[in-house]
Write a protein that binds this ligand. Structure first.
Ligand SMILES: Cc1cc2nc3c(=O)[nH]c(=O)nc-3n(C[C@H](O)[C@H](O)[C@H](O)COP(=O)(O)OP(=O)(O)OC[C@H]3O[C@@H](n4cnc5c(N)ncnc54)[C@H](O)[C@@H]3O)c2cc1C
Length: 293
């Protein structure tokens, strides 16, 4: 009975979003009661937005629990933060010290100052039974292990950590440590006419919107460089045609913006049939087929 109810609840909650039918089906059968989100640094270093956090704390029948001990010294720092960051930190701190609703069936627990060091197997060896965590402290804004360890029991682990750019080819000035092209406002260091934008230029910070803004700024730099002679326009260079030829020669199907529009239109059409903004195509092969149609 309870399970049927939660199936209906999950479907009701997500049905107007663009979640895939397959994911919705799996999620609606989920019996998860407790989600613990591990962060290696402290509350002041969180990377989520206020909107994302608000969505989590407003989940029906779910309480958000945090260890107030992780907030030592946080209140003193909040006042001096820029406004958007201050608002986020005020909400996170308020939530940490609030009494959670007693009737909540599920728990969401952000856990700070911990780094996973080992996944533990259960007796069958096929499933995870826990995670060994290093307890950290913050030194110069970095997470440093204190030497203490903890073990957390769990039945499922989702990893969302680490993203590093790799050098696309020889001759590119690359900071191997940070995984970025060394650049000034998008222009690759010491290479006239070579630019980078997005995470390969900035490192993995921000969301799609920040990446878009970075791309617009780099585009602006390129136009300026064309207007001011930094890029020599007297020398004719082959553009997209040449790039698509290189890709085609490798036997790779490229997807242009108008090809992507076909995928977009099909997803929206399929979504409309089931009352959703879109039904995502999850197979790359199918996406390529639609793009080529
Ligand atoms: C787990 C996770 C969840 C996220 N969730 C969100 C979210 O919910 N909302 C949000 O706004 N942002 C989210 N982000 C951030 C968002 O994904 C990034 O801001 C954005 O994808 C960065 O865009 P990009 O173009 O710089 O890099 P990417 O999106 O990584 O694009 C780089 C592209 O270059 C291709 N490439 C790499 N090397 C080569 C090569 N040598 N030749 C040709 N092609 C190459 C790659 O295959 C890739 O397609 C998330 C990020 C992560 C890691």
């Amino acid at each position: 009975m309870e399970n049927n109810e939660s199936v209906r609840e999950a479907k009701f909650f997500f049905q107007s979003t663009d979640i895939t039918e397959h994911s919705l089906e799996v999620l609606s059968r989920s019996r998860l009661k407790e989600v613990i989100m591990i962060g290696r640094r402290g509350p002041l270093n969180v990377a989520f937005t206020i909107k994302e956090f608000r969505e989590m704390i407003k989940l029906p029948e779910c309480k958000t629990v945090m260890d107030p001990a992780a907030f030592e010294g946080v209140k003193e720092v909040i006042e001096g933060l820029p406004r958007p960051r201050r608002r986020l930190m005020e909400l996170v701190t308020k939530t940490a010290f609030e009494a959670p609703p007693a009737d909540a069936k599920r728990t969401f627990q952000p856990m700070f100052l911990r780094s996973p060091i080992e996944f533990l197997k259960d007796s069958t060896g096929d499933s995870v039974s826990g995670v060994k965590l290093a307890v950290n402290s913050i030194v110069d804004d970095r997470a440093v292990p204190t030497g203490a360890e903890e073990t957390l029991k769990c039945g499922l682990v989702l990893r969302s950590i680490g993203y590093k750019g790799i050098k696309a080819g020889p001759g590119i000035p690359f900071d191997e440590d940070r995984g970025i092209v060394r650049n000034m406002n998008g222009q690759a260091e010491g290479m006239k006419g070579v630019y980078c934008s997005g995470w390969v230029g900035t490192g993995p910070v921000g969301v799609i919107l920040s990446t878009m803004n970075n791309a617009f700024a780099v585009g602006h730099t390129i136009v300026q460089h064309m207007e001011t002679g930094v890029i020599d326009l007297a020398v004719s260079k082959s553009g997209y045609e040449a790039i698509s030829q290189v890709i085609a020669n490798k036997g790779i199907q490229s997807v242009s913006f108008s090809d992507w529009e076909k995928i977009d239109a099909k997803e929206k059409r399929k979504g409309k049939e089931v009352g959703k903004p879109r039904e995502k195509i999850t197979s790359i092969a199918e996406m390529l087929q639609v793009a080529a149609s």
